[in-house]
Design a protein around this ligand. Structure first.
Ligand SMILES: *Cc1c(COP(=O)(O)O)cnc(C)c1O
Length: 394
């Protein structure tokens, strides 16, 4: 099919909730994707951070092929090997907890919010989240999302959600009453513009949760699975949360989400309280097992650190050259370029020149290369961005 034919199908039959670019992508390989016109695009934001180890990683593709020949799906009436294996691999790389599997980040956060309500005393129904956060689009996770623009048209939302400024310890303390069931927070805000939590803020959340009998939930949907150079974002800090949620890069391109809770908390999710038909799907779990194995066999955490540092250095050099860049902030392969003007046009111009990046919060360019990226690919990306910024300044 031609680009025009595919787009016509969308115009007639697909709900228009996404602002799409006029391009059909037909193939992905490593750090590159290819459109229907044969253009090759260097992808520094693959799959909205889903393809964390690149497009179509051969080990993931092979695991999916193998699993597909044995069992596509079995419901949770039974046990299945890939789900059990994946739960152990995740537990060993986090804080030794138990997992509940689902299909997306929002669903993982829904599970976490429900579990917090189940586990804490009945009077506790409130949740503290941060301004600028993003936790998903279902009603509870939309409510948790501290961005009024996402709430428009959906009022009234769920009761009990309190928004505090990110990293504001005083606001946290003043809102932390006995009715708070949990604090839900991204250790590094993604959609909110790559904002990094301070160690003091996370320590205060931990301390207050312990004092008040509330739970600390960290949303690792974007920061998890090696994105920051450690398995999970919280591991950069001296805290251990009660619950973490993950999705995006977990399945290497397959739809899967997970919520992991420590042993004591997870015991509150007894039969009948929560479920997901596709949760723990055999293919999705086999893919996620392969993602973890590939990250370890190919030393991709180490690469994320090295390439992340390199990317940041290179971006800082661009900052010296271009006045439109205010500053660079980020950890590992999660780098934000704070501009002093809107970045949408820059993103579009980059794509025209074969580079895909993202813009969030209007003025923050997001650079989120996959963990397999090489220095040469970063150089290629930086040089395209450099030329676009130069032209933009003319
Ligand atoms: C993307 C994202 C979500 C939502 O994930 P979906 O799979 O789209 O439901 C939740 N939290 C964070 C931090 C995210 O980046």
């Amino acid at each position: 099919m031609t680009t025009e034919e595919t787009i016509e199908l969308f115009e007639k039959y697909v709900i228009g909730n996404y602002p799409r670019l006029h391009r059909v992508i037909v193939r992905g390989e490593g750090c590159y994707m290819y459109d229907a016109e044969g253009n090759k695009i260097l992808d520094m934001f693959p799959g909205w951070a889903v393809s964390g180890i690149g497009h179509c990683h051969p080990k993931v593709v092979e695991a999916i092929r193998k699993q597909a020949g044995e069992l596509l799906h079995i419901d949770n009436t039974f046990y299945s090997e890939p789900q059990g294996k994946l739960a152990k691999l995740l537990s060993d790389r986090a804080f030794g907890g138990k997992s509940f599997f689902c299909n997306s980040g929002a669903e993982a956060n829904e599970g976490a919010l429900k579990l917090a309500r189940l586990h804490t005393s009945e009077e506790k129904y409130k949740f503290i989240t941060a301004e600028g956060s993003f936790h998903g689009r279902t009603f509870a996770t939309l409510t948790a999302t501290g961005q009024p623009k996402h709430h428009e048209g959906f009022l009234p939302l769920l009761p009990g959600f309190i928004y505090i400024p990110f990293n504001d310890v005083e606001a946290l303390q003043s809102h932390f009453d006995d009715e708070v069931a949990a604090v839900l927070l991204e250790p590094i805000q993604g959609e909110g513009g790559i904002n990094i939590a301070t160690p003091e803020f996370l320590a205060a959340i931990r301390r207050l949760c312990d004092e008040k009998g509330a739970l600390m939930i960290l949303d690792e949907v974007q920061t998890g699975m090696g994105r920051t150079g450690k398995w999970f974002g919280y591991q950069h800090f001296d805290v251990v949360p009660d619950i973490i949620t993950m999705a995006k890069a977990l399945g290497g391109g397959m739809a899967i989400g997970a919520m992991m809770a420590n042993d004591e908390v997870s015991a509150s999710m007894v039969p009948g309280k929560h479920a997901s038909t596709f949760g723990g799907n055999a293919i999705a779990c086999a893919a996620a097992v392969a993602v973890i194995e590939a990250i370890e066999e190919e030393h991709l955490l180490e690469n994320a650190v090295a390439i992340g540092d390199y990317t940041k250095e290179q971006l800082e050099q661009l900052q010296d050259k271009h006045r439109v860049i205010d500053h660079i902030r980020g950890v590992g392969l999660m780098q934000g370029i704070q501009l002093n003007k809107p970045g949408k046009e820059i993103v579009n111009q980059c794509l025209e020149k074969g580079l895909r990046i993202n813009c969030t919060k209007e003025t923050v360019l997001r650079f989120m290369p996959p963990m397999i990226a090489t220095r040469e690919q970063i150089d290629e990306a930086i040089s395209i961005l450099d030329s676009v910024l130069s032209e933009d300044e003319k």
